[in-house]
Design a protein around this ligand. Structure first.
Ligand SMILES: Cc1cc2nc3c(=O)[nH]c(=O)nc-3n(C[C@H](O)[C@H](O)[C@H](O)COP(=O)(O)O)c2cc1C
Length: 214
């Protein structure tokens, strides 16, 4: 399986999202050979949208100048990497109840007209990443599970669902590890155990789907 793995935490060895992503890949790798295309957004931050990018991206391809093509080149390259993958793994911390800014910049580079989504003759938007199995691993300091104090604050899951739904990722998997910071040690350990159990299940589900498709 060709899998694109994107880490977004600025933390390195101390990062829980990075550790959980590695855990998942180890489990998945027990079921099938993996060809991993790795992107570390802390080391290679995607460019932010500029005025030139905003104009270039909505200029029809045949009318683009060389300067416009150049400004879109990093985004084109990221889109190619996503489209070439069979599966996508995105790991990130929750920051201020939403997406960390590096990952938001990444999203702004990969949601592209006529590349990752197309508009059909009937005016319907057709996302191009419908083929890719997709897993989001998110780590949260607080507890935002149903019934917990911060339940209503989760702006991360809807943002990811909307942006990736638009480019064709209809039913992604989410494994949300919480609470990992603003809780006692016992609760943090339990949160990591729950996340690992869920990741075991996702790895098995992906392996089963692959064997059925083969
Ligand atoms: C700038 C910043 C903002 C944060 N905002 C939130 C937040 O809104 N809600 C939350 O539950 N945790 C928040 N946290 C805690 C992190 O989400 C948590 O520690 C997570 O486990 C970090 O993942 P990582 O170790 O992969 O970086 C924040 C942490 C930082 C540094």
């Amino acid at each position: 399986m060709k899998l694109m793995h994107v880490d977004a935490s600025p933390k390195r060895e101390r990062s829980s999202s990075r550790a959980l992503a590695r855990y998942f890949l180890d489990r998945l790798g027990e079921h099938m050979p993996l060809e991993i295309d790795y992107l570390d957004l802390a080391l290679v931050p995607p460019p932010h949208v500029t005025e030139a990018f905003a104009i270039a991206t909505y200029t029809p391809e045949e009318n683009r100048t060389q300067a416009m093509r150049d400004i879109l080149a990093p985004s084109d390259a990221l889109c190619r990497r996503l489209l070439a993958a069979d599966a996508l793994l995105f790991a990130m911390p929750m920051y201020n109840f939403s997406i960390p800014s590096a990952f938001k910049a990444f999203i702004d580079q990969i949601v592209r007209t006529n590349v990752t989504y197309k508009v059909g003759p009937d005016g319907r938007y057709v996302g191009q990443l419908a083929r890719q199995k997709t897993l989001f691993i998110t780590t949260r300091g607080a507890d935002l599970r149903p019934g917990a104090a911060f339940e209503s604050y989760d702006a991360l899951t809807p943002s990811l669902s909307a942006a990736f739904g638009f480019i064709g990722v209809a039913n992604p998997w989410f494994v949300d590890a919480q609470p990992l910071q603003f809780a006692d040690q016992e609760a943090r350990d339990a949160a990591l155990r729950r996340a690992r159990t869920e990741l075991d299940s996702v790895a098995s589900a992906w392996a089963n789907e692959e064997s059925v498709a083969a």
